[in-house]
Design a protein around this ligand. Structure first.
Ligand code: NAP
Length: 242
C-alpha cells in the first residue's frame, strides 16, 4: 500500500487533495487540528469512492504533538512508507501590522512555517532512506506579491516558498521533489465572507477557484512522472498575478 499525508486534510483544499490522492491509490493520512466532524466527513468521502484513510489529530505548529502523534504512527507502522507529503495546514489572522498582536503573528507563522518544518523533518527521514518522495507545499499568492493586512500570512507563505527552493536542492539527488502551489482565491471556509463579486474584476478568469482545481495540481506534482520538476512554485489564481 502507498501512503500519503495531507496536513489540514479535514476541510477545503486539504480535503480535495486527500480525495485526489486516494483516487491515485494512496492510503491517505488525514491530519486535522480540532474539527473531528469534518475530518470524519473527509474520510467518508474517501471511502465512498473506494479509497482508504486514517485520521491523525495533531497541531502541526506544536512540535510535541507532531512527535507524539505522527512520530508514534511512523514508529508503529514501520512497513508503511509515506511517499507523498502535502503541507497544507494553515490559518489566516488578517489585521494591519500596526494593530497586529504578537499572538496573531505567532499563530500564523506557527501553523504554516513551523508546521512545514516539524512535519517535513519527520517524514523526510524515510523518504531519504527509500530514495523517493514528493513534498508539496500549499502556499499563497499573498506569499509572492504580498497583501495588505496579511504581513503575518505573507511572511509565513513567503518563508515556505524559500524553504521549498532550499530543500529541493538538498534532496534532489534522492529522487525527492519539493514543490509549492500558490493559490489565489479558492472557495473554502478560509474565504467565506469575502465577496466574490467584489473581486471578479481583478481575476481574469472572473471567479474564485474550486478546491478540486488545486487538488488537480497536487496530483500532478505527486505523480512519479513529475520527477524532473522540483523547486517550482505553481500559481493557481485565475490569472491574478498582480
Ligand atoms: P480551511 O478551509 O480553513 O481549512 C484549513 C485546514 O487546516 C483545516 O483542515 C484545519 O483543521 C487545518 N489546520 C489549520 N491549522 C492547523 C494546525 N495548526 N494543525 C493542523 N491542521 C490545521 O483552509 P483552506 O482554504 O482549505 O486552506 C488550505 C491551505 O491553502 C492553507 O495553507 C491556506 O493558507 C492555503 N490557501 C488558501 C487559499 C484560499 O483562498 N482558500 C488561498 C491561498 C492559500 P480543522 O478542520 O481541524 O480546523
Amino acid at each position: 500500500m502507498k501512503f500519503a499525508l495531507v496536513t489540514g486534510g479535514s476541510r477545503g483544499i486539504g480535503r480535495a487533495a486527500g480525495i485526489k490522492l486516494a483516487d491515485m491509490g494512496y492510503h491517505v493520512l488525514v491530519n486535522y487540528r480540532s474539527n473531528v466532524a469534518e475530518a470524519e466527513k473527509t474520510l467518508t468521502l474517501i471511502e465512498e469512492k473506494g479509497g482508504t484513510g486514517t485520521l491523525l489529530k495533531f497541531d502541526v505548529g506544536d512540535n510535541g504533538q507532531v512527535q507524539e502523534v505522527l512520530g508514534a504512527w511512523i514508529d508503529a507502522n514501520k512497513e508503511s512508507f509515506i511517499e507523498v507529503l502535502v503541507n497544507n495546514a494553515g490559518i489566516k489572522e488578517d489585521v494591519l501590522l500596526m494593530w497586529m498582536k504578537v499572538e496573531q503573528w505567532d499563530a500564523v507563522l506557527n501553523a504554516s512555517l513551523n508546521g512545514f518544518f516539524y512535519v517535513t523533518r519527520l517524514v523526510l527521514q524515510n523518504m531519504l532512506i527509500q530514495k523517493y518522495g514528493r513534498i508539496i507545499n500549499i502556499v499563497s499568492l499573498s506569499g509572492l506579491k504580498g497583501m495588505p493586512g496579511q504581513t503575518n500570512y505573507s511572511a509565513a507563505k513567503g518563508g515556505v516558498i524559500a524553504a521549498t527552493k532550499s530543500l529541493a536542492q538538498e534532496v534532489g539527488r534522492r529522487n525527492i521533489t519539493v514543490n509549492a502551489i500558490a493559490p489565489g482565491f479558492i472557495k473554502t471556509d478560509m474565504t467565506e465572507g469575502i465577496d466574490e463579486k467584489q473581486f471578479r474584476s481583478l481575476i481574469p478568469v472572473s471567479r474564485f477557484g474550486e478546491p478540486e482545481e488545486v487538488a488537480h495540481a497536487v496530483g500532478f506534482f505527486a505523480s512519479p512522472l513529475s520527477g524532473y520538476i522540483t523547486g517550482e512554485v505553481l500559481n493557481i489564481n485565475g490569472g491574478m498575478y498582480s
